[in-house]
Design a protein around this ligand. Sequence first.
Ligand SMILES: [Zn+2]
Ligand SMILES: [Zn+2]
Length: 273
Amino acid sequence: MAALNPEITAALFDPAHTCRTTRPFARFAWKFADAALDLFFPPHCASCGNPLPEFINKSLCLPCAISVRWIGSDRCLRCGDSVGEGMGAVHACVSCRAHPPRFVSASLAVLRYESGPARDLVLGLKFGGKSHLAKTLGYIMATRIAQTGLLADYRDVVIVPAPLTRGALFQRGYNQAEELARVVASELDLKLETRLLKKIRKTMPQAMLTEKKRRENLIGAFACDAKRIKKYQGTTILLIDDVITTGSTISECARTLHDAGIQTIVAASCARG
Ligand SMILES: [Zn+2]
Ligand SMILES: [Zn+2]
């Protein structure tokens, strides 16, 4: 299996990828700020800690990037997970045939969240305070969304990140899904809406629970802003999360949006667990 497909290679090692704005001053200002930051805080690989050479992505060195199990063309269109080598894009994997994700018509993920560098990246973004990793991961997500045609049409698409409770947001300082969503929205020139979907109650950490308990844990945990939802009737919502494991969080977010009248919901995550 090719560890790095060409799209992922371009996304990780394209030196121009940190800024896509066409406004010359903004581009200059961004590059200047980025270069100044690198001078004082040289970037290191998020997995092995080795210094990263100039003009490389700000997340992983090449050996670590190669050891990540990226999800390329062999994938499930419904849940976004990888499928057997050579199978190509399938409409429903074994898991989706038994339990298709509810209210989500199509999904995409960019890597398998297992061990090693993939885990270091995701945990660094989620718990390690490394919100800057969202820049690389969000860019790869945007690249894959564009390449795979996850969105049939870019008109009337709104990006909505999976929300955190106010308490969790305060503790972490940022919502990792929102950081990814911000980059995806900027790269694809789509509207980002962070106040439509809210997490209204604290839930048990999903990782500690069985699949059935995960679903029960999230029932009624999300709500839509009643005023904002009216604006988005007839739009496609692209839900963004950092990791999708059993899909319970995305399904519950999607159910909440569906119950509020949204007909078309697709999902993208940086990792599948
Ligand atoms: Zn490394
Ligand atoms: Zn599937």
